[in-house]
Design a protein around this ligand. Structure first.
Ligand code: UT7
Length: 330
């Protein structure tokens, strides 16, 4: 039986940091409100010239270095992003070229905040069916480019960044189970209204920016994390206590805490980076994972539950056993 395991991980954050205090000077908000309602203290923002591909490229290179693999080893590239560089080609192809990888499939997955885990699910299936042996799965976002910096209801929430993992074929299970879902019923609750097919109208205020019914999304996110965690564990005939670390999508500290409480998961087993990164959509889980694996508390052989929720709505999970320490040579 062939399994997929994480062999390397890397991430990248833009150097520019925007604090809550910085936002206080440009809009009617306060550090106190943002911390209390979201847990966010600061976010990294891409400057001119920093793009989804440039950030994804650095994260990918770091993941490849930590896995000890080169361009010739990569036989699949999947990028989860809602903020591609161009309408086409896929940003995954742009990264492929910069990496010097030739010929393997490279494509973007558009599942908003669930993009990275959708990509991980796909790459896992490729590897398990012998369609690939070494896959690069990236999440990279420049959400600041679709953020309305006049709208305090959304502008305080988002940030930019990228994370990536190298998945390798293995005789031992790394990824134990993945589940992916969507329900288009909730299209209007979280969206950017304009686009290629419906058209771009620069005269319509806000149309090209993220719009969200915050409360409704909040409630749904908490319930969904609970459901998908239980679905994943049940599918493995396991128990929630089997999970050493819960690594949820980083949208709001209150969502993370509410989900952990429902799951009876103490917060010292939950990875939370939303305070430093804000919501980076498809990049949030690999960014959080890199922090927690790099100098953080996650140890080899521990069991992780990754779970994401985003526009669509889309939601997904991956249960995995983290194997070799990514920073150590194989
Ligand atoms: O990644 C995809 C998933 N996304 C999410 O999961 C996000 C889900 N939603 C949320 O995280 C929260 O709903 C928000 C953080 C967006 C909002 O928090 P909330 O506790 O639901 O606040 P609210 O929208 O009910 O607003 C409460 C008050 C309002 O004032 P009034 O009407 O009570 O006078 C808002 O106008 O807070 C006001 N407000 C702000 N005040 C200061 C909204 N944004 C701000 C702000 N600064 N930035």
């Amino acid at each position: 039986m062939t399994y997929a395991r994480i062999a390397g991980i890397g991430s990248f954050l833009p150097e520019k940091v925007v604090t809550n205090q910085d936002l206080e000077t440009t809009m009617d908000t306060s550090d106190e409100w943002i911390r209390e309602r979201t847990g966010i203290k600061r976010r990294h923002i891409a400057v001119d010239g920093e793009t989804t591909s440039s950030m994804g490229l650095i994260a990918a290179r770091r993941a490849m270095d930590s896995a000890g693999v080169g361009p010739d080893d990569i036989d699949l590239i999947v990028l989860g992003t809602a903020t591609p560089d161009k309408i086409f080609p896929a940003t995954a192809c742009i990264i492929q070229r910069q990496l010097g990888v030739k010929g393997c499939p490279a494509f973007d997955v558009h599942a908003a905040c669930s993009g990275f885990l959708y990509g991980l699910d796909l790459a896992n299936r490729f590897i398990r069916t012998n369609g690939a042996r070494t896959a690069l799965v990236i999440g990279s976002e420049t959400l600041s480019r679709i953020t309305d910096w006049q709208d305090r209801g959304t502008a305080v929430l988002f940030g930019d960044g990228a994370g990536a993992v190298v998945l390798e074929a293995s005789d031992e299970p790394g990824i134990l189970a993945t589940h992916i879902h969507a329900d288009g019923e909730y299209e209007e609750l979280l969206q950017v209204e304009q686009g290629v097919s419906v058209g771009f109208d620069v005269t319509r205020a806000g149309g090209a920016y993220i719009k969200m019914e915050g409360n409704a999304v909040f409630r749904r996110a908490v319930a969904t994390f609970d459901n998908i965690a239980r679905e994943t564990v049940a599918d493995l005939d396991g128990h929630l206590d089997d999970i050493d670390w819960f690594v949820p999508h980083q949208a709001n500290m209150r969502i993370i805490k509410a989900a952990a409480k429902k799951l009876n998961m103490p917060m010292d087993r939950v990875v939370a980076t939303v305070d430093e990164h804000a919501n980076t959509s498809g990049a949030s889980i690999p960014l959080a994972l890199d922090v927690a694996i790099g100098d953080g508390p996650i140890q080899r052989r521990q069991t992780l539950l990754l779970a994401a929720f985003g526009a669509g709505f889309t939601w997904c999970s991956a249960m995995l056993r983290y194997g070799e320490r990514a920073s150590e040579p194989k």
